[in-house]
Design a protein around this ligand. Sequence first.
Ligand SMILES: Cc1cc2nc3c(=O)[nH]c(=O)nc-3n(C[C@H](O)[C@H](O)[C@H](O)COP(=O)(O)O)c2cc1C
Length: 260
Amino acid sequence: MSERGRGPQRAEATELSRPADAAVPVGVDAPILDVMATMRAMRRLKPDPVPREVLAEIVRAATWAPSGSDAQHYGFVVVTDRGKMAELAELWRDVVEVYSELMGTVVPGADDDRHARMADALRHQAEHFHETPALIAACYQRSGPGLSTLADVRGNVDLARRLGPARLRRLVAGARTAGGLAEASSIYPAVQNLLLAARAHGLGATLTIWHLFREADFRRVLGVPKDHGIYALVPVGYPLGNFGPVRRRPVDEALHWEQW
Ligand SMILES: Cc1cc2nc3c(=O)[nH]c(=O)nc-3n(C[C@H](O)[C@H](O)[C@H](O)COP(=O)(O)O)c2cc1C
């Protein structure tokens, strides 16, 4: 292991979800559990365009996901324009470079075989990013107390009185974390739906978040309003490689009945 690879050990992903040679169903009527078991991150994509109706269909499936308080504060930007994709490709290559520099620290044990293969796929994707048929940005409105809430002095005093000091302290302490997590947990189910729907249409896709290294620049190119966060960028296209069984930690290692 390199110096850079030292650190907390990455969990070993040892169990194939399906026998390596089992048939992999693709299509809108593929059994959902088989789909989940064989939905790997697909980074090598053909440049062939994806029909607009298909892209709209997978975003529709994303909107079927639940969101906290049923707020549905999501927004999806779908980019297919070649000029814009070229602009995004420059940003993408930059953030991949940053990530690759960090990879050994972000992903301890990053120099094993699986990660060498992943690094190859990342390099391929970065080099061909301008050819990506479609990029979908999953966004969600950032919450936080609005001006009207803050200005409502009497309402806030009443609330503080009703809660009492101990509960108020707990509310204030948890509010910041809860706010950020609530938004993320309201958009990622939609992103997973999007990945599943893409797969149903035979499309390869990957959930990515490294735009966060340059969120302001991605936000500018994508025209995302300031009060919305970009939570995932999902490159989508017909895969060059094959769908296949995911390799994960054995479930018995992760499953705790009644108590951890
Ligand atoms: C929260 C989250 C963030 C991710 N961010 C990235 C990313 O920035 N770039 C990337 O190429 N893949 C990203 N991935 C994909 C993972 O690297 C991938 O799912 C994981 O390595 C397992 O690969 P597999 O599904 O092919 O087995 C992300 C996945 C998740 C769930």
